[in-house]
Design a protein around this ligand. Structure first.
Ligand code: FAD
Length: 550
């Protein structure tokens, strides 16, 4: 067996190492266009900020190590230029010498990744404008930062964009982030990103949402990014973090099928439309594990696992790739945001019915020092309770909850399973009723119709005549420090003695800070004959829907 692999980082290097573990006899050649293989793309922003101090730490492996441990023929600075499917050979250009040569294959794995997008706007190629994909990019960015930068502009508030923003601020650079959409971290639902915007602002970042960069101009002291709104943002360093596009050129020119979003089409064994060619990683179209629809989800975990699966299939193990759930996490200053499965907006786009709950919990027992707040949003099927998606934002413990929920979604669990989940508990780590259990209790109770809930976002857009009587059941002090406009304050402990103040001919929407006292109030009111529901997630959820950015 002669196996050729194009691309030597996440997907390609995983495939090569797995292939060798399965076959000592195979000839395995790994082609990589750049000078490095198997480097840590995900660590690059932290090298700019100094958190990762040594460049060598970014090299997970080296060509020499791959050669000695796995007996791989690693050819760096080698670009695969074309595939001849009939003759089963590729044309390779040695970038150091310019020499071209051919190499035949029995099986070929494409792992070329995805390239950062460069929007075709005037001035886009001026010096000082960077994208970030590999070590050469990070060297250039770091060099510029080390030279001294008075202002930086990051175009695109996605995961990589915000990681760079944080690291620029850590280097003392005043930074502006510009985003076309009306929110940061576009894969998440907008309200879940409110705490991220708050922390950006608190750390001195200028956040410009709903703005588009229309051009870049050279100025006397650097660059000016021109926005459609007419603003000119001065900077000596501009980062484009506006997304990536699958590197499908080789595949397209070889006549392999690609999807509408440019990803190389593969079957569940990661085989392309040519049975001898497999493809993995950011370059491929994957199946969304929740909706079953084809999609594009460039993430390191899936790329690594796909590399392994492609090698398995080539060496006689017919393993299936089950699809991608989009489990992702990012830290922005003191906050962490994470998601798995479908977002609310994706469910709305797909016209798929769902229900949702918000839980605001401490990440471990509140009485133990150091508890950090977290908001957890759960999306689930209104009939079966099957979990469809989850998002969390907060401090410590966000990662653990999203990982548990990712597994729950993979196992096709329901909100009823969350009620029963047995999770490790000591006060430093969680709560006897973990936020996951709490989310399960609230969601399952909703489906059992134990406590009717009104979604705060629906309430905000309801016509005036349909607005319920808003009942704030928190303490007067809490009420005074902020409440939903129009609400009447009757603390939950006084409710039984003040029922006469409430209307029988109107729906009542009760709320507290996070939803728990509102739930108690709803139970009291319903038993006393009122048409009452609880505002899910309470005032804290309401605040998430309030705009924060400039
Ligand atoms: P890559 O890792 O990009 O490797 C593809 C390689 O193929 C490239 O080195 C390229 O030079 C080479 N190549 C392309 N065409 C050819 C050719 N014709 N001939 C030879 N070689 C070729 N994901 C996460 O899940 N979590 C994170 O925190 C995270 N952070 C990230 C931070 C940054 C700055 C970046 C850039 C990405 C991050 N990602 C993260 C995404 C993750 O790195 C990718 O999903 C993953 O690397 C994809 O693996 P891949 O093998 O498909 O492509």
């Amino acid at each position: 067996m002669k196996l050729l692999i194009v691309g030597g980082v996440a997907g390609g290097a995983s495939a090569a190492a797995r292939a060798r573990r399965l076959s000592e006899d195979a000839q395995i050649i790994l082609f990589e266009r750049g000078p490095d293989v198997s480097f840590a793309n995900c660590g690059l922003p932290y090298y700019v900020g100094g958190e990762i101090a040594e460049r060598e730490k970014l090299l997970v492996s080296t060509p020499e190590r791959l050669q000695s441990r796995f007996e791989l023929d690693v050819r760096t600075l080698s670009s695969v230029e074309a595939i001849d499917r009939t003759a089963k050979k590729v044309r390779v250009r040695d970038l150091a010498s310019g020499r071209e040569y051919e190499e035949t294959y029995d099986k070929l794995i494409l792992a070329p990744g995805a390239a950062p997008l460069r929007p075709p706007i005037p001035g886009i190629d001026l010096p000082g404008i960077f994208t970030l994909r590999n070590l050469q990019d990070v060297d250039r960015i770091k060099e510029r930062v080390d030279q001294g930068v008075k202002q930086a502009v990051v175009v695109g508030a996605g995961f990589i964009g915000l990681e760079l923003v944080e690291n620029f601020v850590k280097r003392g650079i005043p930074t502006t982030v510009v985003e076309l959409q009306d929110q940061v971290l576009p894969p998440l639902d907008k309200e879940m990103t409110t705490p991220i915007v708050e922390t950006l602002l608190a750390n001195g970042v200028t956040v410009l949402l709903g703005r588009s960069a229309e051009g870049v101009e050279q100025t006397r002291d650097g660059l000016a990014v021109l926005l459609k709104s007419g603003q000119r943002l001065r900077a000596q360093l501009v980062i484009l973090g506006v997304g990536v596009r699958p590197e499908n050129k080789l595949a397209v020119e070889a006549g392999l099928e690609v999807g509408p979003r440019a990803g190389i089409r593969v079957n569940e064994h990661l085989q392309t439309s040519d049975a001898n060619i497999y493809a993995v990683g950011d370059a491929i179209e994957v199946t969304d594990a929740v909706s079953g629809d084809p999609t594009q989800l460039p993430l390191a975990g899936p790329a690594n696992r796909q590399g392994r699966i492609a090698a398995d299939n080539i060496f006689g193990r017919p393993v299936r790739y089950r699809g991608t759930q989009g489990t992702a996490i990012v830290e922005v200053f003191d906050r962490t945001a994470a998601m798995t499965g479908a977002s609310e907006k994706a469910l709305r786009r797909a016209n798929r019915p769902f229900r949702k709950v918000y839980i605001h919990s401490a990440h471990h027992a509140g009485y133990y020092p150091g508890a950090e707040a977290m908001t957890l949003k759960l999306l689930f099927d209104p009939n079966t309770g099957r979990l469809l998606g989850a998002q969390a934002v907060g401090g410590a413990g966000v990662d653990k909850r999203i990982d548990v929920l990712s597994v729950a979604i993979q196992a096709r669990m329901t909100v009823f399973n969350l009620e029963e989940m047995e999770l490790a508990y000591a006060p430093q780590f969680g709560s006897a009723k973990d936020p996951i259990n709490m989310a399960g209790f609230v969601a399952a109770g909703l489906l059992r119709d134990e406590h009717p809930q009104v979604d705060v976002d629906k309430l905000l857009v309801a016509p005036v005549v349909e607005q319920p009587f808003l009942l704030d059941v928190r303490t007067p002090k809490e009420f005074a420090s902020g409440h939903i406009p129009g609400a009447v304050n009757i603390p939950v402990d006084d409710l039984r003695s003040r029922l006469a103040e409430l209307p029988h001919d109107r729906k009542i929407a009760a709320y507290c800070q996070v939803g728990q006292r509102g739930y108690v109030a709803t139970r009291i009111l319903r038993q006393k004959g009122f048409s009452a529901s609880n505002i899910g997630g309470g005032y804290t959820a309401y605040k998430l829907f309030q705009p924060t950015a400039q």
